[in-house]
Design a protein around this ligand. Sequence first.
Ligand SMILES: CC(C)(COP(=O)(O)OP(=O)(O)OC[C@H]1O[C@@H](n2cnc3c(N)ncnc32)[C@H](O)[C@@H]1OP(=O)(O)O)[C@@H](O)C(=O)NCCC(=O)NCCS
Length: 347
Amino acid sequence: MSIRIDELPMPHVPGGDDFAEYAALSNDVETHTLGTDLLAMGQHEMLSEYVSTAVRTRRHLVARDGGTMVGRAMVTTRPLTPEAGAHLMVDVLPTHRRRGIGAALLEAAEALATRAGAPVLKVAVAHSVRDDAERVEPPTGFGDLPADDPGVRFLLAHGYALEQVTRISLLDAERLRDQAASPEVPDDYRLLAWAGPTPPEWMDQLAALRTRMSTDAPSAGMVVVPDPWDAGRVREHDQRIASSGRTMLTTVAEHVPSGVLAGFTEVVVSDGDAVAVQEDTLVLTDHRGRRLGMLLKKANAQQLVAAFPDVEAVVTWNAEENRPMLDVNEQLGFREIGREGGWQKRL
Ligand SMILES: CC(C)(COP(=O)(O)OP(=O)(O)OC[C@H]1O[C@@H](n2cnc3c(N)ncnc32)[C@H](O)[C@@H]1OP(=O)(O)O)[C@@H](O)C(=O)NCCC(=O)NCCS
C-alpha cells in the first residue's frame, strides 16, 4: 500500500470528482460511526460549510491509496482570534483503518495548525452510542463515551483529553407536529419569526446574541474565547446559507418595553432534505426563567411544519451538562441518536 497525502482545494461550486469523493467519504465515515445516514450532508451544504470565510480558514487534506481517496483531514483556524486554537477532523474509511493512515493525516493536520500559531488543538467528532463497553468520562462527569470506539482510542493514543460530551438527538415528525398548540407568551414579550435572511432592523441585535452564544453556551473544559459577530458577519452567514440551497427559520423574543431581543432560536433546512438542523438557541441571562427557551422552540417548530411540510425530523446537539436545554428538548420529545466528543490537546 502506498499512501499519498495532498491538500485538496475547495471548488467554487460543487462538482468535480474530487469534491464528490471527498463529500462521500466524510458522509460514509459518519454514517458508519452512528449507524444512520440521518446527518449526511448534500454537496452544496457541505461546500458552504467547508469553505474559508473572513473569520475562519479551512484547509483540507486527502489520503489516497492509488487512485482512491481513503481518508481526509480538515483543519480550521481562526485568523482574527488565533488564541481560540484550531479544530481538526480526521476520517479514514473503515476498510483502510489500523494501517497508520489516520496518524499520518493527524500529523499533517497538526503541523498546519501549529504553523498557523494555534495554542490548542480541538476535535469535535461523532462517536457511537453503546452501553455495553467500558466508558470514558470527561472531568465534568456529564456524559460518557464507549472506550472501544475507534475515534476514542485514536484520540487518547494521540494525547487528546476528553473535555465534553454532546448529545445528538432527534425529534421525529409526529412529535414535531405535537408542538402545534399556540404557546402562551409572557407579558412584556412578543415573538417574531422569519424565514431566510435576517431583517435589517434586527441585524445588530442578532449579532449581539450570536456573540453571547460563544461565551454563554456551556463549554466544560474547552478553551473558549469570545467570537465577535457584527452585522456584516450576519449578512455573510445569511448569504452563504441561502446560496447553498438552505433556508434558515428564525424565531426571536422581543422584550417590548426595552426593544431588546431577549432570545432567539434557529433551524436550517436544505432544499429537499427530510431532516432539519437545529442551530443556536439562546436566552439572555436577565430574561431566563420565563420559559422563553421552550416558547421559542415551539414557535419555530410551528414555523418549520408550516413552511416545510415534508420535513420528517429535527436534529440537535446539546452539551450533557446543559440541563436547562436538555430539559426543554426532552419535554419536546427529542431522543438520543449519537454522541459527540469535545477533545482538546494544549500545546
Ligand atoms: C479514528 C480514525 C481516524 C483512525 O484511523 P486509522 O487509519 O485507523 O488510524 P491509525 O491506523 O493511524 O491508528 C489507529 C489507532 O487508533 C486506535 N484504535 C483505533 N481503533 C482501535 C481498535 N478497534 N482497537 C484498539 N485500538 C484502536 C489505536 O491506537 C490504533 O493504533 P494501532 O493500530 O497502532 O493500535 C478512524 O477510526 C476514523 O475515521 N474514525 C471515525 C472518525 C473519528 O472518530 N475521528 C477521530 C479523529 S478526529
